[in-house]
Design a protein around this ligand. Structure first.
Ligand SMILES: Cc1ncc(COP(=O)(O)O)c(C=O)c1O
Length: 333
């Protein structure tokens, strides 16, 4: 299938501006790319991917989109909004806290089961199929089962993998990287949250061959994310007819801020959120952008960052409203 003409969802380019008080504190020249301000469904990195994914769903004549994720997923919220805009039925198979069995399920800092993105999904008319917590692999299997069940009922189903991380989703983020380079190509590093991989793969592709380090701060513990990044970059090469050929050793994916695992609110991340809010008036989230900023702080402390750094805000702010009160208190808020 050729690359579809994207449907417009996001206000672009998103702003890029300096963070003067944090720069002074950290001894860096620190800037921020505001993908929390896409103007689409309360913002976030997924709107860009959905411009392509929904275009493909429409091009193949789908009437229903099926995807999966954590119940507080920012992707499912933006997917629900994109489906609403285009008159598609949106079915989301979810668990509150899916996990990797080898690493175990985190026990503390569990996000609220209502409010935040769960509430916004309801307002958008997302059909949430909520399962008991279990491994990610089971969630993917259940998503496929649901898609087949809907097909058996005569629906024309378009499947979107977790987080919108197909090669087409990555290509959308490659464009985001080119957008940032057109705004200012003088950064020595770009730092952002990485999870299902297409944000990282897209940015790595956009900056390939440049002098800018592309540093993903992993929100998940498992190192096989390197394989996903390699696959998503090969997928972009195939879509573009290019041969950038990024391999797993080309990616900088850091695990300093993973903590107990995916999807919970932990003190170091909440402290990083407070620092950003109280120095720059910008809100981050506990699962992704706050973790990325906690990772940036850890790298700065270890003197592993160059001088001129772009922090890419990927959104996620609605989950701030799902952080338990005792977790905020433990972080000093
Ligand atoms: C706010 C936010 N930031 C970052 C990410 C990670 O992006 P990716 O899944 O493309 O790695 C996500 C994914 O859900 C997200 O919601």
């Amino acid at each position: 299938m050729p690359i579809p003409q994207p449907v417009p969802l996001v206000c672009k380019p998103t702003p890029l501006h300096p963070l003067p008080r944090l720069s002074a504190m950290l001894g860096l020249d620190l800037w921020i790319k505001r993908d929390d301000l896409t103007g689409f469904a309360l913002g976030g990195n997924k709107g860009r991917k959905l411009e392509y994914l929904i275009a493909e769903a429409l091009a193949v004549g789908a009437d229903t989109v099926v995807s999966c994720g954590a119940a507080q997923s920012n992707f499912l919220r933006q997917l629900g909004a994109a489906c609403a805009v285009h008159g598609l039925r949106c079915v989301a198979v979810a668990m509150h806290l899916p996990f990797e069995p080898e690493y175990g399920q985190p026990t503390d800092g569990r996000l609220a089961e209502n409010g935040g993105n769960v509430l916004l999904d309801r307002l958008l008319g997302v059909e949430l199929r909520l399962l008991p917590d279990g491994p990610w692999e089971r969630l993917f299997e259940e998503m496929e089962r649901e898609a087949r069940r809907l097909e058996a009922e005569g629906r024309r189903v378009y499947r979107i993998p977790v987080g919108g991380s197909s090669p087409l989703g990555a290509l959308a983020f490659r464009e985001a990287g080119l957008e940032a380079r057109a705004q200012d190509d003088g950064f020595q590093a770009v730092v952002f949250a990485s999870s299902s991989g297409s944000t990282h793969a897209g940015l790595a592709h956009a900056y390939a061959g440049s002098r800018t380090r592309v540093i993903g701060v992993s929100c998940d513990p498992e190192p096989d994310l390197f394989d996903t990044l390699e696959e998503l970059c090969a997928g972009q090469d195939a879509l573009l007819g290019a041969s950038v050929g990024l391999r797993r050793e080309d990616f900088e994916l850091r695990f300093e801020a993973v903590g107990a695992g995916y999807g919970v609110a932990e003190t170091p991340v909440l402290e990083a959120i407070l620092l950003m809010a109280r120095r720059e008036g910008v809100f981050l989230d506990p699962v992704y952008s706050g973790k990325a900023f906690a990772g940036l702080l850890a790298l700065a402390e270890a003197r592993e960052l160059p001088q001129r750094v772009l922090f890419w805000h990927t959104g996620g702010v609605p989950t701030l409203m799902a952080v338990p009160e005792e977790a905020w208190k433990a972080a000093g808020a």
